[in-house]
Design a protein around this ligand. Sequence first.
Ligand code: BTN
Length: 258
Amino acid sequence: MDETSLRQALAGLPVPDFKYFPSAGSTNDIALEWAEKGADDGCLVLADTQTNGRGRTGRRWVTEPGAALAFSLALRPTPAEAQQTGLFSPLAALALTQVLAEQYQLEARIKWPNDVLVNRRKVCGILVEAAWEQDRLTAVVVGVGVNITPASVPPADAVRFPATCVEQTAGREINREHLLAQILHAFFDWRARLNTPEFVRAWEERLAFRGEWVRLEEEGQPTLTGQLIGIDPNGNLRLRTREGEERSVMVGDVHLRL
Ligand code: BTN
């Protein structure tokens, strides 16, 4: 991966500018800083390896050199998007699952709200962060980490959910620049339809564990167990409890009820 090949791969996308780093702390941090300094909508930060990659809920995200895709998009949300920033994670997840299904024949699924699974193992994590000026939302950064080669897969004892990578599941070599461009094309296509019934339907169709019994965990909240039914029009997860009651949940981590 280098600047020239990236420039070619990104041609035709609404990405006005990009920064590529062979090694960076966290692409999300760089994109947030760039957004504060005026980055236009769609500016992209990419790193071959991250020394301080961040995951959700303060976890570390490791990006080994040459093994993964690690990028962050700086976005300037429209007023309508600013009302529904919670949909940017599923937007990125939907883009990747669609590309993996259509281009690589992989049965990719979205583990609500935003991890991407193949064969029930995680291939991608997404971290969306916002920049504010007083109480005004000025930018949203969508950070995406995709495991590509086996070297990107963390050891089983280092992760909360089993992981895999695209090459292992697709059974062939993956060109990271091509995959990046495909994800971004799908991302911007779906962005134009954010929160349309079509968007929610596509997200729900790709939802992992539908019909299965799951545990929903959220720090400081009692664990909720239920059968995963789907997504409501607001993007909340719908569960049916053992008592037959339907519950909509806004936040939490889905685990298989074992
Ligand atoms: C998670 O599953 O916990 C989210 C992981 C998000 C990782 C990506 S890699 C690119 C971007 N830069 C970061 O520091 N984190 C995100």
